[in-house]
Ligand binder design. Structure first.
Ligand code: ATP
Length: 334
């Protein structure tokens, strides 16, 4: 099957800055694909290259098999939803959504019908006469989405589209966006620095660091089997264990990750494949679970336990157990 979007050895350098460096990736048609990484890691540059706002310094980009070198943004079968939504403040909601149809010379009646259908899809039917300034942040976000999907693009590019929303709204929009994507079967490529958002929404995630893609995989693969220390650290709050420690447990001198929820903490000795002791130095109540920071010699480990259990307190000595196969070996590359 032809990929919706593919990048082959694509780079974008700004003088000495390698904003994006030798990136290979393929996004399947209908996929919800997240580009995740810390600030400055190159994900926005990657999105802008796909959109056509930037040209690669080297390498190739294809959209549905067609090389798009030199093709301007409006001739690519993609639409972008920007973080700041970029709505026209002097136009009402309907006019905002109709705008691109007008540019494409779609007739008035059809324009109105398409715009209303797009607004219905994002649950803003009946809001057509309002101005952006008369809407909440979440509603503005939906107008931006309606404005993009009204063009029926094959690929929708979203640059931190939920970044401006408060946590509660963000969470409900995450679900809505995912439902909408399934409903429309459009390929979504979504940029975020929020690992929770990427893991919960995407079919696959590409983790960026320093302009490079460190790993691409399903949320579960990325979370459970990070290939590097960087990915383990960035995606979730894994414990990254040094080779000396891993050697003592498995007899292999390699870095390994160990998820906080894989660690069993008990007040006295427990039967586990590997067993160690340490002292609780911090305890954070998170609702259903409690997070413990446990000092074990030079090593600081984090463990999560059910809050309902008899959780150890600060200063308490505990024993720590985990199954050997909970240790996931990784390469050193940061
Ligand atoms: P954020 O989450 O903060 O938006 P990002 O991962 O999207 O970050 P990019 O915006 O792609 O990162 O930037 C990657 C790197 O390239 C950064 O170091 C940035 O400063 C640099 N960069 C981006 N655009 C330009 C430009 N036009 N000129 C020079 N450097 C740039």
């Amino acid at each position: 099957m032809t990929a919706a979007v593919s990048l082959q050895n694509a780079s974008r350098h700004f003088g000495p800055v390698k904003a994006m460096d030798a990136v290979d990736l393929e996004v399947a048609p209908g996929e919800f694909f997240a580009m995740l990484g810390p600030s400055g890691s190159g994900k926005t540059t990657c999105l802008r290259l796909i959109a056509g706002f930037e040209q690669p310094t080297s390498g190739e980009i294809r959209i549905f098999g067609e090389a798009v070198q030199g093709v301007p943004p409006y001739r690519r079968n993609v639409n972008t939803v920007f973080q700041d939504y970029a709505l026209f403040p002097h136009m009402n909601v309907r006019e905002n959504v109709e705008f691109s149809l007008m540019l494409r010379k779609v007739g008035k009646v059809e324009r109105a019908r398409e715009a209303e259908a797009a607004l219905e899809l994002v649950k803003l039917g009946g809001y057509g006469d309002r101005r952006p300034g008369q809407l909440s942040g979440g509603q503005r976000q939906r107008v931006a989405l309606a404005r993009a999907i009204v063009n029926k693009p094959k690929v929708l590019l979203l640059d931190e589209p939920l970044g401006a929303l408060d946590l509660k709204l963000r969470e409900s929009m995450q679900e809505e966006l995912k439902l909408l994507q399934r409903q429309l079967s459009i390929t979504f490529i979504f940029v975020t620095h929020d690992q929770g958002e990427a893991l919960s929404m995407a079919d696959r995630v590409a983790v960026f660091n320093n302009g490079r893609v460190m790993q691409i995989g399903t949320p579960e693969e990325i979370y459970r089997r990070p290939n590097t220390r960087f990915v383990a650290d960035f995606v979730g709050s894994s414990n990254v264990l040094p080779p000396e420690f891993v050697d003592g447990v498995l007899g292999v001198r390699k870095w390994a990750s160990l998820r906080p929820e894989s660690i069993h903490v008990a007040k006295s000795g427990t039967a586990g494949a590997a067993q160690l002791t340490g002292m609780v130095i911090a305890r954070s109540y998170l609702g259903a679970t409690t997070r413990l920071a446990i000092q074990m010699g030079d090593l600081l480990l984090h463990a999560t336990t059910n809050s309902g259990d008899d959780v150890a307190v600060e200063g308490e000595q505990v024993s720590i157990g985990f199954a050997k196969d909970a240790l996931h070996l990784m390469e050193d590359a940061a």
